[in-house]
Design a protein around this ligand. Structure first.
Ligand code: SF4
Length: 177
């Protein structure tokens, strides 16, 4: 299920240029979920094409895979104004689209706080849960969920960068199974 091109289910429709749909392999069992489109994503209509996307692409490449091997998406499909975090109401409005992307997955990777808040209901520090495998329920089906840092949180921090590298190594091992 994808949003109608004129989707007005939440207020994020007001400032968007493009609805940003998932990128990568829709049949991949591994799905990376980020926060929300930023300026570049909004303009191009593809997720993770800005600075965070370059970091993510580099880490995936270093681990031996690329975006064609996984599916990359966001909690909400339209850019929040001034790149603020999406609200709980906006994430709830967009959640049916996200659920339809995730329902066949074998592993979902939550990139950062918003993805973990939306999918896990977790509000605490990422350091407490990063790279600790857990489970989420999507449409009544249990799916493994791996929380980790958003690429933007790794730019000036060696420790978070090392954790995200570790996540990508886990994804690479999963892809070989
Ligand atoms: S963020 Fe999702 S629910 Fe809100 S307008 Fe965009 S597509 Fe619709």
């Amino acid at each position: 299920m994808i949003p109608d091109p004129n989707c007005h289910l939440c207020g994020l429709c007001a400032g968007r240029t493009n609805i940003v749909l998932p990128d990568g392999d829709p049949s991949s069992g591994i799905i990376l979920v980020g926060e929300a489109p930023g300026e570049n994503e909004d303009l191009e209509g593809r997720p993770f094409v800005g600075r965070s996307g370059k970091i993510l692409d580099g880490m995936m490449s270093q681990a031996g895979f690329g975006r064609r091997d996984v599916l990359i998406t966001n909690t909400v499909k339209c850019r929040p104004p001034s790149n603020r975090d999406p609200t709980a109401e906006e994430m709830a409005a967009c959640r049916p689209f996200l659920d339809s992307e995730l329902e066949g997955a074998s592993l979902v990777v939550g990139l950062g706080k918003s993805a973990c808040r939306d999918l896990l209901g977790y509000e605490g520090p990422m350091a407490a849960i990063a790279n600790r495998m857990t489970e989420i329920s999507i449409n009544g089906r249990k799916i493994r969920f791996l929380p980790t840092y958003h690429p933007a949180a790794t730019i000036y921090n060696k420790a978070t960068r090392a954790e995200l590298v570790k996540t990508m190594e886990t994804v690479a091992r999963e892809l070989k199974k």
